[in-house]
Write a protein that binds this ligand. Structure first.
Ligand code: UDP
Length: 408
């Protein structure tokens, strides 16, 4: 359900909301346009689906368009994604050319007619038609951990990135040396969305009943797209090590994204590995299962995010917001969200993850403290209102460049 910005006053206070109105007032004459690769699935769509209506409610003229493309394009962009995460992938000249062709076609399909064009991630990066300092302002938002990219792919993308007025990264460690202005803006979750709002216990219980999950037995959960980089198979192996000592259940819940062509293959591998164990629940959820995901997170004893690579990892924030103890890999933006042994647990291996699952199930008071600290950290740093504020100030800075500190 669409929210109004005033509804956030009880969560973040009136002053911040007043400031949002103040800054938004200075941006009303500009048309703002977001372009990414999918309207459903993954963190970018999650954020835009919440943020665009709230910006409209602030009186801004904001649009959100997704690229029109098929599996062939998304197979290539998945390779690019993996290469940016440092994996060894081989992209051919034909694949690069196909990537450029699809971007070229989209220049006509997606009317790029706004004053501020905000391009998200590599898929639409080649939509940029002008160099910097022209009438339009072009921003490129990187949601990926860019710290150790494969050089060839990096060189290809860098040509485009440097045409933008500004590039935006989620964490200092992700940024690269570039000839354009760089700024840091952390992602966020929406505390009032169906995914994160408070639920009644009966709503949580009814989701458990629907899937035949026992609410009296510890529940370990990972919510993620079925993607190798989220390591669902590693999660099952960690759970197996715990299961030798503690009678518990595992939920692996998630769907795919229209820009991720590997979902079916990874899902099948997870199902094969899990098949003999009735305490493993592999739930392939449709795109808009926000209330169910909320309920599953709230029902969990421990939440995992055992990613091998990660951009930011919104699911960590979502779990912490629900005061859940989270065990997550120390990759990408996850260490920004978790201070080890204070607001969650950071691990590196299957065995380490299993060790900490056992500890947290056996020490509920300690687990609870981690969750309480985690929620405070999210409240202070990763809510959507702070995110909107950062973006509005960034947009304003595009027109006041002499006041800008160059972080490049
Ligand atoms: N998500 C969802 N349905 C799913 C799997 C994930 O709604 O089946 C949501 C999840 O709750 C989170 C986002 O998609 O809000 C995933 O963002 P994250 O940054 O964790 O990972 P990404 O998928 O972008 O790599």
């Amino acid at each position: 359900m669409t929210k109004q910005i005033k509804e956030y006053i009880p969560v973040v206070g009136k002053q911040l909301i007043d400031e949002l109105y103040l800054v938004a007032g200075r941006l009303k004459r500009f048309k703002i346009q977001n372009i990414n690769s999918t309207i459903s699935g993954g963190g970018v769509a999650e954020i835009l689906s919440r943020m665009v209506p709230l910006m409209k409610d602030l009186g801004l003229s904001v649009r959100w368009d997704a690229l029109e493309a098929g599996d062939k394009f998304f197979t290539i962009t998945k390779k690019i994604h993996n290469a940016l995460h440092g994996m060894d992938v081989n992209l051919t000249d034909k694949e690069y050319q196909y990537f450029l062709d699809v971007n070229e076609k989209n220049k006509k399909k997606v009317a790029v007619d706004s004053d501020i064009v905000y391009i998200h991630d590599p898929q639409p990066i080649a939509l940029i038609t002008e160099n910097k300092n022209r009438d339009k302002k072009w921003l490129w938002r990187c949601h990926v951990d860019f710290s150790k990219p494969q050089e060839a792919v990096w060189a290809f993308l860098k040509e485009f990135i440097q045409k933008y007025d500004t590039s935006v990264f989620s964490a200092p460690a992700f940024a690269r040396k570039l000839d354009c202005r760089q700024v840091l803006v952390a992602p966020s979750i929406d505390p009032l969305s169906d995914k994160n709002k408070t639920l009644e216990q009966r709503q949580v219980d009814s989701v458990l009943e629907k899937y035949g999950i026992d609410k009296d037995k510890p529940i370990i959960t990972q919510i993620s797209r079925f993607d190798y980089l989220k390591d669902p198979l590693g999660v099952i192996r960690s759970y197996r090590l715990v299961k030798k000592y503690i009678d518990c259940q595992l939920i692996l819940a998630g769907g795919g994204a229209t820009d991720d062509p590997n979902t079916a293959e990874v899902l099948k591998k997870a199902e094969d590995l899990a098949s003999v164990d009735k305490d493993i629940f592999i739930l392939h959820l449709p795109g808009q299962s926000h209330l169910e995901i909320n309920a599953l997170q709230r029902a969990s004893t421990v939440i995992l995010q055992k990613s091998l690579r990660e951009g930011f990892g919104l699911t960590v924030c979502e779990a912490l917001w629900k005061e859940k103890p989270v065990i997550a890999s120390a990759v990408g933006g996850i260490p920004l969200q978790i201070a080890h042994k204070y607001s969650g647990i950071l691990t590196y291996t299957i065995e380490g993850t299993a060790y900490w699952i056992k500890q947290l199930i056996q020490e509920p008071e300690y687990a609870k403290r981690l969750g309480v600290h985690g929620k405070k950290h999210v409240a202070n740093n990763f809510l959507i209102t702070r995110h909107i504020q950062d973006y509005l100030l960034l947009f304003l800075s595009l027109y006041n460049e002499s006041n800008v500190v160059d972080l490049g």
